[in-house]
Design a protein around this ligand. Sequence first.
Ligand code: ADP
Ligand code: MG
Length: 314
Amino acid sequence: ATPTAVMVATGIGANHGVLVKGGDALERAQNVNYVIFDKTGTLTQGKAVVTTAKVFSGMDLGDFLTLVASAEASSEHPLAKAVLEYAFHFHFFGKLPSSKDGIEQRKEQILSQWLLEAEDFSAVPGKGVQCLINEKKVLIGNRALLNENGVSVPPEAESFLVDLELNAKTGVLVAYDSSFVGLMGIADPLKREAAVVVEGLKKMGIHPVMLTGDNWRTAQAVAKEVGIEDVRAEVMPAGKADVVRSLQKDGSIVAMVGDGINDSPALAAADVGMAIGGGTDIAIEAADYVLVRNNLEDVITAIDLSRKTFNRIR
Ligand code: ADP
Ligand code: MG
C-alpha cells in the first residue's frame, strides 16, 4: 500500500473510533489468525454486580458486609467496587433521603462513618486482597488466596460456590482470623455485541480465545454463552503474555484485546494489541490500536480495514 493509502485508512479508522498507531500495526491486522479476548471488562461490560451474599459462620450479615467493604475500600478492582456498592445499599436502603443525587455525592462520607479501619492492606494479583481489621487478618478473594493462607472452605460453602460458578458468576470468598466466614456471588453481563463479534470472527477464519484470571467453571460458563470454545482460565496476570507467545510459536499472527493493567504485557507481546477505550491508561499505552467506542464490533472493523487497505493495492 502507498503511504497515501495508509493515511486514508488511518483517517477512516479514526472516523469510526478505531485509532491505529502507525502503518505497521495497520498492516499486521490483515493476517490475524487468533483473537484473544480478556474476559472481565472486555467481553463483559465490566459492571460487576453482587447477586448473592451468604454467611456460613455465625456472623451477622450486616457485620459481614461491613467487614468485606472495609477491606475492599482500598482496592481498585471491579469486584471491590461491586462489593462496596452492595454493602452501601444494604446498610442504607430505606434510610435514603428522597434525593438520590445527594446520596451519590455523600457516599464516601457516609461510607466512612461505618467502615472499619483496615491496616496493612495489600492486593494479591490474580487472587484478591488482604489486610488487618481489629488486628485480625482478613482475606477476600478466590480459592487460591484462602488455600495459600491455610483456610479451608467447608463443603456446604464449596457446593454453593460451584453452583454460582456454573451460572457464570464469580465467587468472592471471605476469611477472618484464619476461618472461613462467607461468600458473595458476582455477575458481570456480557456486552451485547460480544456473541455476534465472536461469530463474525469465526466466519472470517479467525480463531477466538478467551483469557482470564477467573476460575475455570465461571470462565467456561461465560465462554459457552459467547460462543468461544478455546478458554484459558486461572491465568495469573504475569502469565497472560505467555499465552500470547505460545500461540505465536508456529508463526501464527495473534491479536489481543484487553482493558486492564493485567493485560498490558499481553497487549505488548501480541502482533496486534487492541485496547478498549475507557480501559486503563497503561493498557492503552501498550496497544497498537485503541477502540475508542468500547464496542467489540470495532475488532472486526480494524481487521477489515487492514484487509481492504492491503489486499486491494497489493
Ligand atoms: P481478570 O483476568 O478476569 O481481569 P484478575 O486477574 O484481576 O482477573 O483476578 C482474578 C481473580 O482474583 C478474580 O476472578 C477474583 O476471584 C480474584 N480477585 C482479584 N482481585 C480481587 C478483589 N479486589 N476482591 C475479590 N477478589 C479478587
Ligand atoms: Mg479485564
